[in-house]
Design a binder for this molecule. Structure first.
Ligand code: SAM
Length: 318
């Protein structure tokens, strides 16, 4: 059916993210020794502005995620929604800053692929086994559950099913919980993503939601970005939530969050540690500075918080 084709096109987007991240790390933008295990080949060359865009995205999201985990003293959970082939669990393990439990959710077929990679690549499976206390580990085609890492196949548009599955795998509503969605909500209709974001706000008393997605899509550059995605049959069902930074923060406040902030990626890029920016700007020559600016102005990070335990989440920023 049409909707199966559309879902398939959305599922394929996780390979784009992975090949772009792998290429950028091969150029030295940041280190990720695990991403190679999730892509077949190094992939074709990507333009310098794409690499810098991914650098800003990864560093921006990591900054907020690391700060949350620090504020919670690792006594927290992370739930990566539409995680694709993301490698954050392995990074946190290496940095000794794993939360109590790290959950990932994606479509069952994407999860099956990820589990296959984990099962067949010791550098991926070792950290999971090392952090697990018993001999038995739940592992089937569409889910893997260990003490510290859990990956679940589910459709994020069906919130009650998601809630049920997460609880089955010992999700603890009393723990500070970080939600992460990177280029995910935009593929759902506004009412579907509202349900999800609202469920997150009402299920946890102390939580943070980090959402990376497109913004300022009504100008000419934004229209071209939409057309490019549509050409690949990816309907941006949620594109109306990408109007402006204000519309994103308002949307979180309307769906049950207490505090929300949003910045476009150009601003975040200018707030990242300047030594590292100086380092990465030397990696590749970029003659189209304006194109990079345009690109970064059309992506944003919005983060929303609820803070009953008074961890100081609302002060979290760059
Ligand atoms: N967050 C990852 C990253 O940044 O590397 C992957 C991003 S990829 C662009 C979008 C991911 O969201 C895909 O893996 C896709 O399968 C997943 N996704 C989109 N809609 C979903 C849904 N309704 N249920 C579960 N996963 C979904």
């Amino acid at each position: 059916t049409d909707s199966d084709t559309a879902d398939e096109a959305v599922r394929a987007t996780c390979d784009d993210a992975t090949t772009c991240k792998r290429f950028a790390t091969s150029k030295g933008y940041w280190k990720d020794p695990y991403i190679q295990y999730f892509t077949r080949s190094p992939g074709e060359r990507k333009a310098p502005e794409i690499n810098r865009g991914y650098y800003a995205r990864v560093q921006g999201v990591n900054h907020l995620l690391n700060t949350f985990i620090k504020k919670a003293n690792c006594d927290c959970q992370v739930i990566n929604l539409g995680a694709g082939l993301d490698t954050t669990f392995w990074r946190l393990k290496d940095e000794n800053s794993l939360p109590r439990k790290f959950f990932e959710v994606d479509f069952p077929t994407v999860v099956a692929r990820k589990i296959h990679n984990i099962k067949t690549k010791p550098p991926l499976s070792k950290p999971i086994i090392e952090t697990h206390s018993t001999d038995s580990l739940l592992l089937d085609a569409h889910s893997l559950d260990s003490d510290r890492y859990c990956i679940i196949g589910a459709d994020l548009r069906d919130v009650s099913n998601l809630d049920e599955k997460l609880k089955k795998f010992q999700l603890n509503p009393e723990l500070p919980t970080l939600f992460l969605s990177e280029c995910v909500l935009v593929y759902m209709t506004p009412s579907q993503s509202s349900n999800l974001v609202h469920w997150a706000a009402e299920t946890f008393h102390t939580a943070m939601f980090i959402n990376y997605q497109q913004v300022n899509m009504s100008d000419r550059f934004g229209q071209v970005m939409i057309e490019n995605l549509q050409r690949r049959n990816c309907s941006l069902a949620g594109v109306e939530t990408c109007q402006s930074l204000d519309s994103q923060t308002e949307w979180f406040l309307k769906t049950g969050w207490e505090h929300a902030d949003a910045l476009d990626m150009m601003t975040i890029y200018s707030l990242l540690p300047q030594e590292d920016i100086a380092r990465i700007e030397k990696l590749e020559f970029l003659d189209e500075k304006e194109l990079l600016q345009q690109l970064l102005q059309h992506y944003s990070i919005c983060w929303a918080t609820k803070d009953k335990l008074k961890l100081g989440l609302s002060q979290l920023t760059f």
